[in-house]
Write a protein that binds this ligand. Sequence first.
Ligand code: SF4
Length: 239
Amino acid sequence: MVEKNIDYHALKKRGFLRQKQEGYFTVRTRMGLGKFSAEQLSALSEVTRKYANGFAHLTTRQGVEIPFIKLENIESVERELRKGNIEFGASGATLRTITVCPGNNWCRFGLIDTFKLLERIEKEINLECNMELPHKFKIAISGCPNSCTRPQVSEIGIHGEVATKDSGRRIGYRVYIGGCGGRNPRTGFRVDKIFSDTEVLEMIAKVVNFFKNNAKPRQRLALLIEEIGKENFLRQLGL
Ligand code: SF4
């Protein structure tokens, strides 16, 4: 029998999403700092075996979702995943998990350290996964222009790029703003400069804050930029 008075919204904020099958929930986890350790994989495997149907699903935002968790097992699942250092994924009108490719950590094409940039975004400018915003907001980071994490279709997309100037060569960050998928997909526009380590963090903080302070509820960044005009948007951000 299904219990009444379940706070589905609160469960969703904790990472437990209501399924179409009554009484069942999918727990959404995320790959914090770009990778799952062996310990984390063991915890995920154990929960899948003990409390679910023995399988998991990989999300497009690089998390693991475990479906078919019963309501009465939510507390145990949460406790065991936390013990295994698993972080919970985001949903709804929030900053979603930042997706990253391996970058120069092991991909032979990688120009930038994608994991390091992700860590700096979370620790230096305090953009935490699941922070509430007017609508969903996605950030994708790729190590090189091959763009494996599809930065062009995220609210903020970044990839490593080689900048050449006055016969010098430096590696920096190419940025796209205002892309999205969904029912009204958009390709983000390419900002006409290569950003440095410091500049790229400042830019991300400015864009997220601008979105937080100016978007209407359920308005994605692409539609906010269309409403106010790209030049006006860039001017307000000092880009
Ligand atoms: S975007 Fe570049 S660095 Fe990242 S996985 Fe693809 S090829 Fe490798």
